[in-house]
Design a protein around this ligand. Structure first.
Ligand code: ADP
Ligand code: MG
Length: 201
């Protein structure tokens, strides 16, 4: 970022099907690293291979959920609309989502156990439900790799437990998950691998 180096000497591999944690304190570069993997930012040096290939990953194959506090939850859309947005990369901005897209969105909502909240305004959900709605959006995209930026932060113990259970289930269904958090003990207990980041790995 200008003269500030957010990431340096970062080298690691995540195997397909892993549930991996990205652990580091605030300002350690977690969000920046996820954006680089996603192709939203380019590294000055070095390269990122996603599914073994350099360059911007194929549309839809990488799902991303931003840090919750950076989302405008007052935006007047329903939970269903948020999940349907996961289809836009595939349908394009001109074509309206069709019946098949809506069906995929329903499946994604069912997958995260939020179908009963589909018609609610997104801001009316609890913190844990909002995280699950964002994950449903990534699932509606039919992404194989999920990059989740601090999905556990600020949740109470029950909501954290529910979310971790969902992450394990998604792993069981063949997804690869890379999950940023500053909670090292949680990663040590729940995850297969950890990338420990503080500007360097
Ligand atoms: P984390 O997600 O681990 O808290 P970030 O990736 O957000 O870390 O930030 C890493 C470093 O980059 C921090 O020092 C932060 O201040 C800086 N940074 C992040 N975003 C920007 C930005 N848009 N402009 C300038 N500096 C930034
Ligand atoms: Mg961050």
């Amino acid at each position: 970022y200008g003269s500030q180096v957010a990431l340096d000497g970062v080298n690691f591999t995540i195997e397909p099907g892993c549930l991996a944690g990205l652990v580091g304190p605030n300002g350690s570069g977690k969000s920046t690293l996820l954006k680089v993997i996603l192709g939203l930012m380019r590294p000055w040096r070095g390269e990122v291979l996603v599914f073994g290939r350099a360059g911007r990953p194929e549309q839809g194959r990488v799902g991303y959920t931003p840090q919750s506090e950076l989302v405008d939850w007052s935006f007047p859309v329903t939970v269903f609309d948020v999940v349907l947005m996961g289809r836009y990369g595939r349908v394009g901005l001109v074509r309206r989502p069709g019946k098949a897209d809506r069906e995929v969105a329903v499946q994604a909502l069912e997958r995260v156990r939020l179908m009963d909240r589909a018609k609610r305004q997104i801001g009316e959900l609890s913190g844990g439900e909002q995280r699950r709605a964002l994950i449903a959006r990534a699932l509606a995209q039919q992404a194989d790799l999920l990059l989740l930026d601090e999905p556990l932060a600020g949740l109470d113990a029950t909501a954290q437990h529910d979310l971790l259970k969902l992450l394990h289930e998604l792993q069981g269904e063949g997804k690869t998950l890379f999950v940023a958090t500053h909670d090292l003990s949680c990663v040590a207990e729940e995850f297969d691998h950890a990338v420990l980041l503080n500007r360097h790995v």
